[in-house]
Design a protein around this ligand. Structure first.
Ligand SMILES: Cc1cc2nc3c(=O)[nH]c(=O)nc-3n(C[C@H](O)[C@H](O)[C@H](O)COP(=O)(O)O)c2cc1C
Length: 220
């Protein structure tokens, strides 16, 4: 696939096929993704591939925490305030997801179902976590993670896999640590769901928006 096609065809996948992903496919993606740039080639990212029973347990516990109304405890603070333009874009994606599921905004039960699906990582067969050492300067470590994460997303797309970067996968960090061997000296940054996409699912097909004019200033 041409790079430009991967960039344009990659989209967040929120419905996966019940088809396992061979370990070699994930290994290949990671082996290629580590050719991402990083500050001083420090390669500040560390990854953990989660599948099988551990992933099933994580999905169950994550959903349980959601239904129990557990307070979010991410290891990198979630944003709390959005400027108006960002808030508007955030609102649009939420609306598009709900509409694709034919869920009305007032349909509390339907919305809960959607949220619950999200907290089980859309039933993806693989979750790839990214961590950084707690001694690292957080901003640039996270920037490095962002770079490799995009490469993982593009490579996944190139190999016919879908991905969805998921803040909700690190929302209950205590649960992740209870189930997975995350070292004490590492900080959980983010996880991405990976799996074969259900290309027919409306949730994987709604129209997305990007602004160009509003985000670029040319100076000569
Ligand atoms: C840091 C980060 C966290 C995200 N967390 C979630 C999440 O928890 N749930 C979700 O459905 N999508 C999540 N997304 C996906 C975004 O909603 C998505 O990238 C955005 O709407 C743009 O759509 P696209 O990826 O299809 O181009 C996240 C994306 C990023 C970069």
């Amino acid at each position: 696939m041409q790079l430009v096609d991967s960039i344009r065809q990659r989209r967040s996948i929120r419905q996966f096929l019940p088809k396992p992903v061979p370990d070699e496919v994930i290994q290949d993606i990671i082996a290629e993704a580590v050719w991402s740039p990083s500050w001083g080639n420090t390669q500040q990212w560390e990854m953990m591939v989660v599948t099988g029973d551990k992933l099933t347990k994580l999905k169950e516990e994550n959903k349980k925490a959601l239904f129990a109304g557990q307070k979010a405890q991410p290891e990198i603070a979630f944003p709390e305030v959005w400027p108006d333009a960002h808030k508007a874009r955030y609102g649009e994606i939420g609306k598009a997801v709900l509409e694709s599921q034919a869920t009305d905004r007032d349909d509390k039960e339907g919305r809960l179902q959607n949220t619950s699906h999200m907290f089980s990582f859309f039933d993806a067969p693989v979750l790839l976590y990214f961590m950084v050492d707690k001694q690292l300067s957080l901003e640039y470590a996270v920037l490095d993670v962002g770079l490799i994460l995009q490469n993982v997303s593009l490579l996944a797309c190139d190999k016919g896999l879908g991905s969805c970067i998921m803040a909700v996968s690190v929302m209950y960090a205590d649960i992740v640590r209870k189930i997975l061997p995350v070292p004490d000296n590492k900080r959980l940054v983010i996880g991405t769901a990976l799996g074969y996409p259900d290309l027919e699912a409306p949730i994987n097909n709604f129209e997305r928006q990007r602004d160009l004019e509003q985000v670029v200033t040319w100076v000569t």
